[in-house]
Each structure stands twice: as structure tokens, then as C-alpha cells.
Design a protein around this ligand. Structure first.
Ligand code: AMP
Length: 402
């Protein structure tokens, strides 16, 4: 962290900060923001620069327009929102590069903000394009990356653009906070016991995280579809439960199995099985290692919920990413909802909790526990990428700032 500059290392007076933010917020059909966490967390960076009488150019992506401009994915709706939030002049320009944008930037007064249109209206954004980066680099004196949600992406505004700023580049305060908090897990710096709960369908996105955390955590709890590759490797019968298989997963799983700290990994012992993948399926409780053919595990069972909650309740530092069942189906959501409750209650009693990933945050919100969590990460993919073995320092967005 020491070799990475933050906005606190610069004085922005009379300087134009080109800030890469992640304003990819969920909205409803009326373009009302359903969850503005990502914007809220970037406000301290913006305020620091404004209070020093700097100027700001904001660049962000929004949705997946795949290089095509459209009203649906325009960022214009945020202009008024930002003005109301910050009580300062916020202008908008419908392009990201070109003479008219440069002119608009030059007209900015100290303490004003210019928000540019969706970066992904340019197909070059997702292609690490030097020319596009060069054109963007004309828009600021200091580059700031405060877009943790895309820090794991090899996109022009993340990895190439900072190269044009020499030493005048840094991370914002949102980014700094995410990296510091994740350090509690990836380097085991948090108060013990440290517990990580990983769930969801895809083991491929989390297996390297397990490989890393096994060296630092006290407990690793695994639930959801990603428990089945473990059960299968142990010789269990998993019926028609989902299983993601490939050679790399199998190789890494074997490595984990032979790690002398394998005993800190806890898998569900019982699961709710269903005879089809739908909410109204017939169900019963089964030991996870003997699921009959034609049946699939869709939630963790009562014994496992109890055991997982007991571990969470004695933990002082808790990380959660991924549901422990198909929580979108109400009949298979109990495990995830009770886990969310247990993490919220344990946080209220003084533990530190960090939750990331759209599904886990959605589950917390479903039960109105989100406000009780110590920190909701603004990036699910970036959070996982930074927790992989030895990866925190090489998140592309961070590497580009060094
Ligand atoms: P991921 O993107 O890997 O975090 O996976 C999230 C998805 O995993 C959610 O949509 C859940 O419905 C799904 N999921 C969790 N547990 C299971 C399971 N046992 N079988 C199938 N899908 C699951």
C-alpha cells in the first residue's frame, strides 16, 4: 500500500483531477437510483479535491452498451443527482473525447465538476486502446482511480490511461478503504477468529481465494453449489447437484485437500434436496454426501445452518461472498437468510464484517440487515480477484498506479 499514492498525497488547487469512478448503480424504470452506495463512497474523494479548489472531470461506465451509444445507458441522469448531493455546479458532456470536451474542461472553474458520457459507448474502452487513452489523458492534470468495482478489468481507463500521467496518478479514498479492509483477510491482519464464508455457484471464481485464505483464516465455511466439487472429491454421491468441473479446479482442489490446514474448511453436512430446479419442487433433507440420483442440493440443511452460525457468532472478523443456496427461490433461501442474520447480529456485538458480491448484498437487503454490516464492498469480482493468492498487489487497476 505504501508505494501506491492516494489523493491525500496531492494538493489539487488549480489542478484538474480526471477521476475514474464506478457509477454503475442499479436504477428503476424511472431512472431513480435504487442503491447509491458506489456514489456515496466516492463522495469523500470528490469533496477532498473540491475543498482544495480543484476541478473535477468524472469518467465512468454504466451497464453493458458494448460500444454503442444509446439513451438507455446514458449517464446524463446523474448530473442532477450529483448537483443535489454536492451542492456545486455539475455539467455534463455527451462525449468522452474530442475538441468540444477539451474546450468544456478548459472552461471549468475551480470547484466545478464535469461528468462525461458512458465510457463504454466507445468500444475502445474495453480493448486497452492507446489512442483512446491518449485522447482521455488530455482532460486532466492528475489521474485518480476510485473505481474499485472495475479494478480487476483490463480496460483502457483502468490500465492504459494512467500511463499518460507519469507520477501524477493515484487512487481515491474509496479504493484505499477497500484495499485496506480486504487486507484484514488476505494477510490475516484482522482480529481473530477470522472467518470467511464463500458460497454461490461458481467454484472457479473462488477456488484461488480459498487457496489464499487457508493460510490466514481460522475458519472457512463453504456453501452453495461450490461445495459439491469438494464432496465429490471426498467420494460422496451428489445426485444431480450442480458441479463445475475442469482440470485446473481439480488440481487446485487436490492441493487444498493436502494442505495441513484443510481442517479449517467446513462444508455443509446436510442439505435441502429437490427433485427439480424450481421453487415448487418436492423437497427433503439429505446428508450432503449421499444425495440420490434425480435429486439436487439447493440449500444448506438445519444442522449445517446451526453449525455455520455458531462459528460466525464466535468470530471477530467476518468475510462473506456468495449465497449458500438458490436464495432467489423462496423455498431455498432460508440458509442464506439465516446466515445474513447471524452476520448482522455478530457485527452488532462488535465483530467486523465485510460483505461483497451482488447476491450476498441482495440477501442482506431482503432482510434489511445491510445497514448492520461494517462494510459493503463496491466490487464483487474485484473483491474476489484481490483475495486470490498473492493477487492484491497485482489487481490491474492498482498495478497501473504504482
Ligand atoms: P456466484 O455467481 O458463483 O456467486 O453464484 C451465485 C448463484 O449461485 C446464485 O444465483 C444462486 O442461486 C446460485 N446457487 C447457490 N447455491 C446453489 C446450488 N446449490 N445449486 C445451484 N445454484 C446455486
Amino acid at each position: 500500500m505504501k508505494e501506491i499514492k492516494t489523493v491525500n498525497d496531492f494538493n489539487f488547487e488549480n489542478q484538474t483531477a480526471l477521476i475514474r469512478v464506478d457509477f454503475n448503480v442499479p436504477i428503476n424504470e424511472y431512472y431513480e437510483i435504487i442503491d447509491d452506495t458506489r456514489i456515496q463512497y466516492s463522495i469523500p474523494t470528490i469533496q477532498k479535491i473540491i475543498s482544495e479548489k480543484g476541478k473535477i472531470v468524472l469518467i465512468s461506465h454504466f451497464g453493458r452498451p458494448k460500444g454503442i451509444s444509446s439513451k438507455t445507458y446514458s449517464l446524463k441522469f446523474l448530473t442532477h443527482y450529483l448537483y443535489k448531493k454536492l451542492k456545486i455546479n455539475v455539467f455534463f458532456h455527451e462525449n468522452c473525447i474530442g475538441e468540444t470536451v477539451v474546450k468544456k474542461v478548459n472552461e471549468l472553474k475551480n470547484g466545478e465538476i464535469l461528468l462525461l458520457e458512458n465510457l463504454r459507448f466507445y468500444k475502445e474502452e474495453e480493448r486497452e486502446d492507446k489512442n483512446f487513452a491518449y485522447e482521455l489523458s488530455k482532460l486532466g492534470d492528475i489521474y485518480v482511480n476510485d473505481a474499485f468495482g472495475v479494478a480487476h478489468r483490463f480496460h483502457t481507463s483502468i490500465t492504459i490511461l494512467p500511463k499518460f500521467f507519469g507520477k501524477k496518478k493515484c487512487i481515491g479514498l474509496l479504493m484505499k478503504k477497500e484495499i485496506q479492509l480486504l487486507g484484514q483477510f488476505s494477510y490475516g491482519k484482522g482480529k481473530r477468529p477470522i472467518t470467511a464464508l464463500l458460497g454461490g455457484a461458481k467454484i472457479s471464481s473462488k477456488i484461488e481465494v480459498i487457496e489464499n485464505l487457508i493460510d490466514f483464516a481460522d475458519y472457512i465455511l463453504i456453501g452453495g453449489g461450490m461445495s459439491y466439487p469438494f464432496i465429490k472429491m471426498k467420494g460422496g454421491m451428489i445426485g444431480n447437484s450442480m458441479i463445475e468441473k475442469d482440470q485446473i479446479i481439480e488440481k487446485t482442489l487436490k492441493k487444498i485437500f493436502f494442505n495441513k490446514k484443510m481442517n479449517i474448511i467446513h462444508l455443509p453436512k446436510d442439505v435441502i434436496i429437490a427433485d427439480s430446479f424450481k421453487n415448487e419442487a418436492n423437497t427433503k433433507i439429505s446428508p450432503i454426501h449421499s444425495i440420490p440420483n434425480g435429486w439436487m442440493g439447493l440449500d444448506i440443511g438445519p444442522f449445517s445452518i446451526k453449525k455455520f452460525c455458531k462459528i460466525i457468532e464466535k468470530s471477530k472478523t467476518i468475510l462473506w461472498n456468495g449465497p449458500v443456496g438458490v436464495f432467489e427461490f423462496s423455498n431455498f433461501s432460508l440458509g442464506t437468510r439465516l446466515i445474513a442474520k447471524s452476520i448482522a447480529n455478530t457485527t452488532e456485538k462488535g465483530a467486523f464484517s465485510l460483505v461483497g458480491g451482488g447476491d450476498s448484498i441482495a440477501a442482506l437487503k431482503m432482510e434489511k440487515y445491510d445497514k448492520k454490516i461494517s462494510y459493503l464492498s463496491t466490487g464483487g469480482g474485484a473483491m474476489l480477484a484481490s483475495l486470490k493468492k498473492n493477487k492484491i498487489k497485482i489487481l490491474p487497476g492498482i498495478n497501473a498506479i504504482k
